[in-house]
Design a protein around this ligand. Structure first.
Ligand SMILES: [Zn+2]
Length: 307
């Protein structure tokens, strides 16, 4: 069975708030042909430049992943990228009339609903993968991230926070579109109340609220609805990691392991992989006899409850 590249069936749009800018922003997703990649364009720019999302175009990685520079910068691309990856969408144009992708509820769930509304269709060319050939490891202080050869795509991550609700959390995720929808897509971003002032001083999280993040004081979760999963924090890190690593440019055949990694290390890992052609190979899915093609199966995918 051949697995084909995918795009959206029709254009769709959604309006929301930018987490960092606090601005009201409209995101429009449009179909693109095979081999276009995931592209972004700032429709509010006087001189709009279309950028293909790729790890080498990543700029700032503080509290979000941004691509491009100057007027064409687009912040907070990681949650949208993660959901596009999960639905096997290889080609799409993301048009945005502001500096960042709207944060929606802080998870990937709204983008899943939007893509459900758009529909997903196969294109004529076969899906390509980036096959990891050699183990690559990057470190920064006590944090590290690695990727090594594997027949599927898996992520095993851990975090360690000196906080009574978060503490030490670990999660192993074997990627498939359906398990992403079951286990990962609803996990929201999070922040500590004690960090808000210093982040705002840096021009970040101006749009942050209890509607788009889990917010914690020194003892507890402040959101009245509580957590969606007991370990929602590490699940969100998996969501981020998939979005950040999708910037390798192709779906991944590899096993990722990380400890306390964030957007910076995820991007360093991608750059290290791409820096040496011996680390990887771009192949058609049908060339990999050992990979389970059903991991991209989204026929009749069910939407998660947000309760
Ligand atoms: Zn995130």
């Amino acid at each position: 069975m051949k697995v084909y590249q995918r795009t959206v069936s029709k254009s769709v749009s959604v309006t929301g708030v930018g987490l960092h800018s606090g601005k009201k922003i409209t995101l429009c997703l449009k179909p693109m042909p095979s081999d276009s990649g995931i592209c972004f364009v700032r429709s509010d720019s006087k001189n709009p430049k279309t950028l293909m999302a790729n790890a080498l175009t990543v700029g700032v990685t503080e509290n979000n992943t941004s691509i491009g520079s100057g007027e064409s910068t687009i912040q907070t691309v990681e949650h949208l990228l993660s959901v596009l990856y999960a639905l096997g969408i290889d080609n799409v144009l993301c048009e945005i009339d502001g500096p960042e992708v709207p944060i929606m509820d802080g998870s990937g769930a709204s983008f899943l609903y939007l893509l459900r509304q758009a529909g997903v269709r196969n294109l004529e060319k076969e899906k390509k993968l980036i096959l990891i050939r050699k183990k690559v490891l990057v470190r920064h202080q006590d944090k590290w991230a690695s990727i090594e050869p594997h027949d599927g795509f898996s992520i095993e991550s851990s975090i360690s926070f000196d906080h009574p609700v978060i503490g030490d959390q670990k999660f192993k995720f074997d990627f498939s579109s359906s398990s992403f929808i079951d286990k990962i897509v609803r996990a929201r971003t999070f922040g500590l109340l004690r960090d808000v002032d210093s982040l705002r001083d840096k021009g970040l999280v101006k749009g942050g609220s209890l509607k788009n993040a889990i917010v914690l004081d020194d003892f507890k979760v402040l959101n009245s609805e509580g957590l969606r999963f007991k370990d929602e924090f590490i699940r969100h890190k998996i969501l981020d990691t998939i979005g950040d690593l999708s910037l390798l440019g192709f779906p991944i055949a590899g096993s990722v392991k990380s400890h306390k990694a964030g957007h910076y290390l995820n991007n360093q890992l991608c750059r290290e992989v791409l820096s040496n052609k011996e680390n990887y190979e771009i192949v058609n899915v049908s060339e990999l006899k050992s990979i389970d093609e059903n991991i991209y199966d989204i026929d009749g995918f069910a939407l998660p409850s947000l309760a």
